[in-house]
Write a protein that binds this ligand. Structure first.
Ligand code: AMP
Ligand code: ZN
Length: 141
């Protein structure tokens, strides 16, 4: 079912054109127009869901199960030296289209268009701190 005013639902239905990479009953994969690196692909569930928080288990199962297939196709085609998968949830975390999607970003080198800013804080946490945090999160599951 298409979700009113969702551009990705419109891409699935064909109302907005896209460069389709793959499609089956559950997912649709297409090139991201920004092409951060060559072959930068988005994979989305056909069923509209806003982001990871609102995704039912069944939708998640069908969706995530197909990600390796598309990742391997990009790898086989362009032989990247690596690949980053990225999923943004909510505006402050850079989600701009509110239909769940994963970016598949093949990597070709240090200045290929994508980079991560990954600051480690290992020295600021004791093992006790980590156990406490893990327990706190676990209690919400
Ligand atoms: P995000 O910021 O994670 O929500 O990513 C949304 C992505 O969708 C951006 O990287 C956009 O370049 C991409 N995008 C937006 N509109 C289109 C479109 N019509 N076709 C392909 N990609 C799109
Ligand atoms: Zn949608």
């Amino acid at each position: 079912m298409g979700h009113e005013d969702c551009i990705f639902c419109k891409i699935v239905s064909g109302d907005i054109p896209s460069a389709k990479v793959y499609e089956d009953d559950y997912v649709y994969a297409f090139l991201d127009i920004s092409q951060v690196t060559k072959g930068h692909t988005l994979i989305i569930p056909k069923t509209h869901t806003k982001n990871i928080y609102e995704t039912p288990v069944d939708t998640a199962s069908e969706f995530f199960a197909r990600v390796p297939k598309v990742a391997n196709a990009i790898k086989a085609t362009y032989n990247p030296i690596g690949m980053n998968l990225l999923n943004n949830n909510e505006k402050p975390a850079d989600q701009s289209v509110f239909h769940l999607h994963i970016h598949l970003i093949p990597r070709y080198g240090d200045s290929d268009g994508f980079s991560t800013n990954w600051k480690t804080h290992t020295e600021e946490y004791t093992n006790e701190d980590l156990q406490k945090i893990a327990k706190e999160i676990n209690s919400s599951i």
